[in-house]
Each structure stands twice: as structure tokens, then as C-alpha cells.
Ligand binder design. Structure first.
Ligand code: 5GP
Length: 183
């Protein structure tokens, strides 16, 4: 990835650190969901959380089922109401199920809050969230992920699922994009 590295100001989390964080969260999920009646449903938010989902699920040593959702939160005036636009919905009935949202990053918190509201309306038994990255300094809405991989400063990050203009998702690390690329 030498070619793409030239667009990166600073690598904040290398691949080994991302794998270690994924393993740690997998063990926490295992502990927390081991004795439930039904296996938890991992709901991956597209497209950003896909690499994290793939990494994380490999290390969870209990049964899980998986599904995928593509959402965008309404920004602007209605954001605080927690509304979410579903571009692609999950395919299964999750009523009564324990759900774990798999997120790439929690920034303002709008998307996560809206998604939690949406899933609660479907009468799930419980909802938690595992997010690869947390940017607590950027938070506007009062919401926190239950499982956090890495805590990042308030910068624009790319890699391991995080994009700029749909690119850079394929980087095996997370870094700060050079300003000259997007300004
Ligand atoms: P929130 O609703 O918490 O403000 O933001 C959630 C979404 O914004 C993420 O799922 C992601 O798509 C995008 N986002 C927030 N911060 C970053 C960032 O630093 N880099 C990239 N590439 N996307 C981000």
C-alpha cells in the first residue's frame, strides 16, 4: 500500500492494532452474550463497517447471525429527532432478538442514535453497538458505543472501511487524509 500511503498525513492505527482491538471486542461480546436464549444478531452498517465486521466476527467463539443495513441520518433541522433513512434494510425479523450494531465510527452520534431508535421500534430485546473508532470530541448527540476499538482525535480519517469520496476504504490501516486531497 506504498502508493496510497503518499495521500496519508499520519497513520494513527496500524493493521496490528486494529486486529488486536477486534480480538478484544470479540472476547467481550463472547462473555456478554454467552448465556442468552438466542444467538445475537450482528448488524453491519454498510459500507464503512464491512472490514471491521469481517475482522471482528472471526474471533467471536459463540454462535452469531449476521445481517447488513445501509442507513444515513438526516442532518440539519431534524437531526436531533433521531430519524434515519434506510437505503438498504436487513433481511430478517429481529423482534425479540439481541442486536449488536457494528459501526465504523461514532462521530457526532447522529447516525448511531437514529439507528438505535429505528431498531427499538422493531421491538428488539436489546441493542448494543460495537464501533471500531470513537471520536468523542465530535459528539453532538448523547450516545455512546458499548464496545469501542480505538479512540481517535477529531480529524478526518480514512482507511479500513472509512472513505473519502468512496475511496481509501481498502487501506489496511486508519490514517489522517492529507488536507490537499480534499481541499
Ligand atoms: P455521525 O452520525 O456519528 O456524525 O457519523 C457517522 C458517519 O459519518 C460514519 O458512519 C461515517 O460514514 C462518517 N464519518 C464520521 N467521521 C468520519 C471520518 O473521520 N472519516 C470518514 N471517512 N467518515 C466519517
Amino acid at each position: 500500500m506504498e502508493n496510497l500511503l503518499k495521500d496519508i498525513e499520519e497513520v494513527l492505527f496500524n493493521h496490528e492494532e486494529i486486529v488486536a482491538a477486534s480480538k478484544r471486542i470479540a472476547k467481550q461480546i463472547e462473555e456478554d452474550y454467552r448465556n442468552r436464549d438466542q444467538e445475537p444478531v450482528l448488524i453491519c452498517t454498510l459500507k464503512g463497517a464491512l472490514p471491521f465486521m469481517a475482522e471482528l466476527m472471526k474471533y467471536i467463539d459463540i454462535h452469531v447471525v449476521t445481517d447488513f443495513i445501509d442507513v444515513s441520518s438526516y442532518h440539519g433541522g431534524t437531526s436531533s429527532t433521531g430519524t434515519v433513512k434506510i437505503k438498504k434494510d436487513i433481511g430478517m425479523d429481529i423482534e425479540g432478538r439481541d442486536v449488536i450494531i457494528i459501526e465504523d465510527i461514532v462521530d457526532t452520534g447522529r447516525t448511531l442514535k437514529a439507528l438505535i431508535n429505528n431498531l427499538n421500534e422493531r421491538k428488539v430485546a436489546s441493542v448494543t453497538c460495537a464501533s471500531l473508532v470513537d471520536k468523542p470530541e465530535a459528539r453532538i448527540v448523547d450516545v455512546e458505543a458499548d464496545y469501542i476499538g480505538i479512540v481517535a482525535p477529531n480529524a478526518f480519517l480514512v482507511g479500513f472501511g472509512l472513505d473519502y469520496d468512496e475511496k481509501y476504504r481498502n487501506l489496511p490501516y486508519i490514517g489522517v487524509l492529507k488536507k490537499e486531497i480534499y481541499s
